[in-house]
Design a protein around this ligand. Structure first.
Ligand SMILES: [Zn+2]
Length: 320
């Protein structure tokens, strides 16, 4: 079964970025010291939240010199944009929780700091930020998450030192170096070659939320083989005509989502994986179009959020 190809409706929100990643600067201490003096710092807390203003449409970085005159060893360089450099520091600031809006993931709940700025996570505000801010916040969360989970050498167990302005670590015992890790996951929109798309939901999701299928790539496995295996495991159907759509970093805590499309026979019985998929069903294009026109949701169908690549996949297919 083949069908007319389609594209993502737009560049995924977290794939947007404009700041220059300057690898040479990361290994040049004098240059890093100079960049710090005119730098701006994003704070990111343990829940992956950062201060935002203007309803989440802008980040609220602080001047680097407000933290320290000299570049702290834990400061990580995100990149350079025009005359400015951007850095990230982990924050332990105590925050007051603010309830999440109805239907939202609990993770999206914001928090308010003493100065009235709101702290939000990347899933909540990633689609509201401009290209520069979205790229900076995405990279910041990825670096903070990696360091928080890789404090000891995977080979000998000794503590590691942060090096290269946050872009590497070096073992204090055996000297082994490591770089920020990213786990590939495939995400696939399965269609019937006509007007139906296969949408499914996990039991832990908010009621009525549906998305396309996704899963982690196993070691020794190609991306295409992973698509075939994941769809078969999750809903019991065989797919053909696998095509690449695009990708998006997804640092929760350290993935990249690699988007595909594939075709399946809607007459084949759906067998949702026990405990993993609560419900899967074929949905007509008209309903998806209606949901998209209504902000992404109908009373019984909530589409993936605007921060996810899944949203651009579904919208791209629906608008073909
Ligand atoms: Zn080691």
């Amino acid at each position: 079964m083949t069908s007319e190809p389609f594209r993502l409706a737009a560049l995924p929100t977290l794939s947007r970025a404009t700041a220059a990643r300057d690898e040479t600067a990361r290994k040049d201490p004098e240059r890093l010291d100079r960049l710090w003096k005119a730098g701006r710092v994003l704070l990111v807390d343990k829940q992956g939240r950062t201060p935002v203003r203007d309803g989440g449409t802008a980040l609220a970085p602080r001047p680097a010199l407000a933290f320290a005159d000299e570049r702290p060893a834990e400061a990580m360089l995100l990149g350079e944009q025009g005359d400015e450099s951007y850095w990230v520091l982990s924050s332990d600031e105590e925050l007051r929780p603010v309830p999440a809006p109805p239907g939202a993931w609990s993770l999206w709940a914001g928090a308010e700091s003493a100065d009235g700025e709101q702290w939000h996570d990347l899933r909540g505000v990633g689609s509201l930020l401009d290209d520069t801010a979205a790229g900076l916040f995405t990279t910041a969360v990825g670096l903070v998450n990696w360091h928080a989970r890789a404090r000891f050498c995977a080979k000998c167990g000794s503590p590691v030192d942060r090096t290269a302005a946050g872009w590497a670590s070096k073992c204090t015992g055996c000297g082994r170096e490591e770089y920020p890790r990213t786990d590939p996951a495939v995400i696939c929109l399965v269609h019937d070659g006509g007007d139906q798309v296969l949408l499914a939901r996990q039991p832990i999701w908010p009621a009525h939320r549906y998305s396309v299928l996704a899963g982690f790539v196993e070691t020794g496995e190609s991306l295409e083989a992973c698509v075939e295996r994941e769809i078969a495991e999750e809903v019991g159907v065989e797919v053909t005509d696998i095509r690449y759509l695009g990708s998006q970093p997804w640092p929760f805590p350290r993935s990249i989502m690699i988007g595909f499309t594939a075709a399946a026979d809607p007459a084949a019985p759906l067998v949702p994986a026990d405990g993993e998929i609560e419900h899967a069903h074929w949905v007509h294009r008209d309903r998806v179009v209606e949901a998209l026109a209504n902000g992404g949701q109908l009373p019984d169908l909530i589409l993936p959020g605007e921060t996810s690549i899944a949203r651009q996949m579904v919208a791209g297919w629906a608008g073909r």
